[in-house]
Design a protein around this ligand. Structure first.
Ligand SMILES: Nc1ncnc2c1ncn2[C@@H]1O[C@H](COP(=O)(O)OP(=O)(O)OP(=O)(O)O)[C@@H](O)[C@H]1O
Ligand SMILES: [Mg+2]
Length: 340
């Protein structure tokens, strides 16, 4: 059980504010993902929860108990880092057992815990190998296993898959999703730069920017109803387009700016066009084509079109989207209700 509550958390390095007024409530068993640009404070916040970094002000509670001053080893927290440091001369079994041995756990109990973790992470066939004889993904699973055997009530991950190639990353991501299901009472916080990891693993995503929380919500909530321009542009890939109402050929309600996701645009005939643009470049990925367009008033626009449409550089094309897929923002970048 671990119900995590952050209230008014601030962090300064000297006079430099790094985190400001962080408020977040994470119920037991929730999988929360932190995303945000490099340097926005994700790792710092995670390290503060783990106790590896002091809290300048505010309060960190676990199950209602103040943790600010509690030693990292007594917080019931396990953390998995991007650079997993395994002991190279020990086998997988040795790596998984080591921490428990140091903690004085009896050998039979250690063996049972290690076997259970290996089973859960599909490492059983590799227990007698050394890290040098494993793939990157298998090594990272050993690092996760080492945290797992400690029965943490709070599991923290800081970009655990970012050193892996695309195929391993997606396989290990599925492994983590499985782990989450197998441990419904363990609260997990996961930092990533990867949109797919964030969207597929998270119960809720916390979008951070410059030391503050911009929005907290379910993945599809953030995708469909971003609270502001920052979240709108950060969630989704390729990023949302922003155009002026004057770029649209149809009458639009009051808005300073309109956001349209590249995947929400489709080709239509001129009389149905909401937008018209000149094709500058096409990226043909087989399954989809990313068209880079120039609007008549000078703005740029991306359209993600299914398949391999017959459009070429220099063509003028006509696009539209469903009215309920348009996102309106005021001049401060705040969402102003839904159209349609
Ligand atoms: N020990 C430190 N002393 C001073 N400043 C620090 C220290 N550690 C981190 N910072 C600063 O705090 C800010 C937040 O860093 P942090 O590592 O939390 O960012 P992040 O969101 O994890 O970024 P990334 O996505 O690149 O990992 C950065 O501006 C960083 O330079
Ligand atoms: Mg970081």
């Amino acid at each position: 059980m671990a119900h995590l509550t952050l209230t008014g958390i601030c962090k300064y390095y000297g006079a430099q504010p790094v985190l400001q007024d962080i408020n977040l409530d994470v119920p037991t068993g929730e999988f929360v993902v932190f995303v945000g640009p490099s340097g926005c404070g994700k790792s710092t916040l995670l390290r503060m929860i783990a106790g590896l970094e002091s809290i300048t002000s505010g309060e960190l509670l676990v199950d209602g108990q103040r943790m600010n001053e509690v030693h990292p080893a007594r917080r019931g927290v396990a953390m998995v880092f991007q650079n997993y440091a395994l002991y190279p001369h020990m086998t997988v079994r040795g790596n998984l057992s080591y921490g428990l041995k140091i903690a004085g756990m009896p050998a039979p109990k250690i063996a049972a815990k290690v076997d259970e973790a290996a089973e859960m992470l599909q490492l059983t066939p590799y227990l007698d190998r050394r890290p040098g004889q494993l793939s990157g993904g298998q090594r990272q699973r050993v690092a996760i296993g080492r945290a797992l055997v400690r029965d943490p009530r709070l599991f923290l991950f800081d970009e655990p898959l970012s050193n892996l190639d695309a195929a391993l990353r997606s396989a290990t991501r599925v492994e983590i999703a499985r782990l989450k299901k197998a441990m419904p009472a363990t609260t997990m916080i996961y930092v990533t730069h990867d949109q797919i990891e964030a969207m597929t693993l998270a119960d809720r995503i916390v979008v951070m920017n410059q030391g503050r929380i911009e929005q907290v919500g379910s993945p599809l909530d953030l995708y469909h109803r971003p609270a502001n321009r920052f979240v709108a542009s950060f969630i989704g890939s390729p990023a949302m387009n922003f155009v002026s109402p004057d770029d649209l050929t149809q009458e639009m309600p009051e808005a300073f700016e309109i956001g349209i996701r590249p995947e929400d645009l489709r080709l239509v005939s001129e009389d149905q066009a909401q937008l018209r643009g000149m094709v500058e470049h096409c990226e043909r990925l087989g399954e989809v084509t990313i068209a880079h367009l120039r609007l008549s008033r000078g703005g740029a626009l991306l359209a993600k079109l299914p398949g391999n449409p017959e459009i070429n550089g220099g063509d003028e094309i006509f696009l539209t989207s469903e009215p309920d897929r348009l996102h309106c923002f005021d001049k401060d970048g705040l969402r102003i209700g839904d159209l349609g």
